[in-house]
Design a protein around this ligand. Structure first.
Ligand code: SF4
Length: 291
């Protein structure tokens, strides 16, 4: 078990939030350090599915060296259309120590990755924060990216201030009924809007230098068929309550996976018109829509 005493106050607070666990809005209150697991299925030891350069992310995260992706197993959402359900729900991964996680970051930087990109980090925010501190003490200087499903609690995010450079949250739904049906999280819209506000407070609008994101907020929004994602409401919130300069990737690659065929409306891909219309609306509201 790791000795958390040498770490910062924020890391120690995150560790306390894991025992009993209130790291995310589910508040399962299980003792993670004793190996108990809640909705996300993972204890206090990071479960890593893969580590390596990734060239499929947004171009501002890729550059020539790729995004240094650390894909965490487990998830605090239960999306019925999950494309990575073997990792998220079947927990395909290997356990690593905080030191090994820090070493992976330094290795990714050494081979030329332009950032460290934590995919699905929320349920492992405590060991990730500790590992970032260790890695920075040993020379990590590329930006850190928090690539989250967006179901994050403000208290946990506050403890990450200064450790995360780029927040990349999903904004999946604007309606509680849809969020409950499709991700088992009826409070997702309300939680997500507050979380995005906190992320923006910490890092501001996305800053790009020489084609690469260095700091700021980059929102991902997946267009669902029949507008089940509530695109207009999310775009309106960003433009009117966060910043008209918000950078957003309005993604059109939805396809029915996992259990999606059992749910009305999402058993097909969105049409070309549905995707174009979502992007058009975001541009009309003035957001910085990635191509
Ligand atoms: S991080 Fe996991 S155990 Fe903790 S509250 Fe969230 S889902 Fe539950």
């Amino acid at each position: 078990m790791i000795d958390i005493e040498p770490f910062s106050e924020n890391v120690r607070r995150l560790w306390q939030r894991m025992n009993p666990c209130t790291l995310c809005p589910r508040k399962c209150r299980v003792e993670r350090s004793e190996g108990q697991t809640g909705f996300c299925g993972v204890g206090a030891i990071p479960l890593v599915s893969s580590v390596g350069p990734h060239f499929g992310e947004e171009s501002v995260l890729v550059g020539t060296g790729g995004s240094g992706t650390i894909f965490l197993a487990g998830c605090n959402l239960g999306c019925v259309f999950c494309q990575n359900y073997d990792i998220s729900h079947h927990l395909a991964g290997r356990h690593v120590t905080v030191k090994q996680l820090a070493r992976s970051m330094l290795d990714l930087q050494r081979i030329g990755c332009v950032n460290i990109n934590f995919v699905t980090p929320t349920h492992l925010a405590a060991p990730i924060a500790a590992a970032i501190e260790l890695a920075r003490a040993e020379g990590l200087n590329v930006p850190t990216v928090y690539n989250t499903g967006g179901y994050d609690s403000v208290e946990t995010l506050q403890c990450l201030e200064g450790l995360i450079d780029v927040y990349m949250p999903d904004m999946k739904y604007a309606e509680a009924g849809v969020a409950g049906e499709l991700s088992a999280a009826p409070d997702y819209p309300q939680v997500n809007f507050v979380a995005v506000r906190e992320m923006h407070r910490q890092v501001g609008d996305l800053q790009v230098e020489r084609g690469l994101a260095t700091r700021g907020l980059l929102v991902r929004h997946l267009v669902l068929p029949d507008d089940r994602a509530g695109t207009a409401e999310i775009v309106d919130f960003l433009a009117e309550e966060i910043s008209v300069h918000t950078t957003i990737n309005v993604m059109g690659q939805y396809r029915p996976c996992y259990q999606a065929h059992a749910h009305r409306g999402i058993d097909r891909r969105p049409t070309v018109d549905e995707i174009a219309s979502a992007r058009r609306y975001a541009r009309k509201k003035g957001l910085n829509v990635l191509d």
